[in-house]
Each structure stands twice: as C-alpha cells, then as structure tokens.
Design a protein around this ligand. Structure first.
Ligand SMILES: [Zn+2]
Length: 235
C-alpha cells in the first residue's frame, strides 16, 4: 500500500506485504528479508533500516540523528529525525500508526494492537512526539490498514481493559457478538490528547476483508504472513 505522502514531499511511507512469512519464524531471518526487500525497492542500505522487537507494550524508542543504531531492547514505537533512515514495524491486523511533522522533520511509527492501546502506547507515542517537536500542531497522523470493526469481534478479555464509555462509543452488537472499532479508538484518543481531527487520517481498509492481499492473523492464522509498515524522510 502506498499512501499519498500525507501531502508532504520527501516523506516516504507505506506498507509492504510478505505473504511467505510464517508466525514463529526466526526473527533475524525475516528482518533480513524485510531489509533486502526495502533495499531493492527504495535503495536504502540495511544499516539505515530500523525494525524493533515488538511486545505489545508502550515503550517508545528514539533513533539518533547520526546513526541508525540497532535497537537492543524491545519497543513498540520508533521516532526519528534522522534523514534517509527507514523505520519499520510489523503488523497483521494491528494498527500501524504513522506520524510525521514536516516542520520539525520528525517521523514515527507505532504498533497499536488492543493490548498496546490498553497499556497506553498511543499516549506514550504522542507524548514523545510532542517532546521533540516545536510545532505540535503540524504533526500529521495516519491510522494505517488494519482490522476493521466489520470483522473485529471481541470478548470480555479485551473489553474489560477499556473504559466502559470508550467501549460503548466504539462498538456495535450483531447477532449477540460485539465488534470493536480500534481505528476510531486510536483517533479519538489522539483527539483527547489535543490533536485536532484535521491532523488525523484513517485508512478504513480492513485487513481481514482483504485477507488474500493483506495480512490478517484473525482471518488466516499461520498463513497470514506479515505486513511491514515503513516511514522515512528522504533527503
Ligand atoms: Zn472487515
């Protein structure tokens, strides 16, 4: 999926799909595969590609300006102002949340599954972005392709981790089942943190509905593959 640059020149971002990847496959192997593909597609050498080890937590990592150092610890969001440094996160139904601030030359990506959202990844990501941008009103967010409310049936294990008002505002009941709209939850939380609605775009593409093209762990299980969301200032 190639997005339209959020109206910003020099900002490269999108999602590539790796159908051949199996969950549980050796991480070193698939990071190498992602890096080789990105190098082929965009000409970025692997030493300038940063893909963290994700744990559904709320840790945000910053990549230094002078080097795309390999991250030693785990984190679920990455922020950088380094040019020509590609950051990536992997998803298969979870939300890839893109952020870019052209004025301050900062970009970030967060992995937002329900566990991470319940734990506070959206708040941590927004807070860190605000701390490194002078003009926070210029930060644009994109809620990327992920599972939609149409297919996201949820149970009590999820619902009890969210405030009741948030559940009521973002779910529908159908045939005795509850379907939850995680994309709107993320956008609403950003608004609650002071982001203007006009700063947020939502890709309503549902990974489960598009399981043959995209990666949906819910719909395809071990055959889902993985999607790599990536972002970079090209300068
Ligand atoms: Zn769907």
């Amino acid at each position: 999926l190639t997005y339209k640059g959020l109206g910003i020149t020099d900002f490269v971002h999108g999602i590539t799909v790796f159908k051949e990847l199996k969950p549980g496959a050796d991480r070193t192997g698939w990071v190498k595969l992602f890096s080789a593909t990105i190098e082929e597609l965009l000409g970025i050498v692997p030493s300038r590609i940063v893909i963290p080890f994700q744990t559904h937590g709320r840790t945000v990592c910053s990549i230094p300006h002078d080097a795309a150092e390999k991250l030693s610890g785990s984190c679920d969001a990455v922020i950088t102002s380094a040019p020509n440094t590609l950051i990536g996160i992997t998803v298969a139904d979870c939300i890839p949340l893109f952020a870019v601030n052209h004025t301050d030359s900062v970009t970030g990506l967060a992995h937002c599954g329900w566990r991470g959202i319940a734990t506070g990844i959206v708040e941590a990501f927004n807070g860190r972005l605000d701390s490194v941008t002078a003009c926070r009103q210029d930060t644009r967010y994109l809620v990327g392709a992920s599972i939609g409310r149409c297919c996201y049936e949820v149970g009590p294990d999820l619902l009890e981790r969210f405030p009741a008002e948030e559940v009521q505002a973002n779910s529908v009941c159908r045939d005795g089942k509850v379907f939850f709209d995680l994309k709107t939850v993320v956008a609403s939380r950003l608004v609650g943190l002071g982001v203007a609605p006009g700063q947020i775009s939502i890709d309503r593409t549902c990974t489960s509905c598009q399981k043959y093209i995209l990666s949906s762990f819910r719909a395809s299980g071990t055959e889902s593959g993985r999607m790599l969301a990536f972002a970079m200032f090209s300068r």
